[in-house]
Design a protein around this ligand. Sequence first.
Ligand code: CA
Length: 221
Amino acid sequence: MRILIIEDEHRLSNVVKKGLVEEGFAVDQAFDGEEGLYLAESEAYDLLILDLMLPKIDGLKVCRELRNKKIKTPILILTAKTKIEDKVKGLESGADDYLAKPFAYAELKARIQALLRRSHNEGDPILKLDDLELDPAKHIVMRSKKTISLTPKEFAILEYLLRYKNDVVTRTQVTEHVWDYNFDALSNVVDVFIATLRRKINKGFPKKLIRTVHGVGYKMK
Ligand code: CA
């Protein structure tokens, strides 16, 4: 899953980014509202973390512009403003949740997971297919209750495929949602990762769980 942090406090942005990258998220940063709006419109994000007081274009305006343009990416507002009317204004502008600074990283993380679940209409926090289970919050993958050890990128790809298990997922989608802005999309790295991932989750099991749809991409089955 790929997240854009729109926050002008570099230190805070970097701390949040570091935490999220360690969790396996692909993370981009924008340090003012204009850059944030541009990236949110042009790149494929699964969630936006948006500060309210930003240079150039303020957070509420960024939020409204995105919703006016029918961009439905979940938005978590992060701000020092804690007055009730500010929270209401944020939610009325189309944001999905609100977290006041200073915040505990654990709470941010829990809210991100909840928003991702909500945006995918997932009631269960564990993603499942057949005997395969993936826990996005705890970073655990199991098949028939046996833990499978994956690298953060393999984990991120499997999480993405499981969130879209009813669809065929293209290589471009995987690239856009698992890697950040600096990734070279021309390489065949996705295929390499899928091959290793397949080997790891299918080893010792008669049922093979990632199907290649030739010329299109992949499907969990
Ligand atoms: Ca700010």
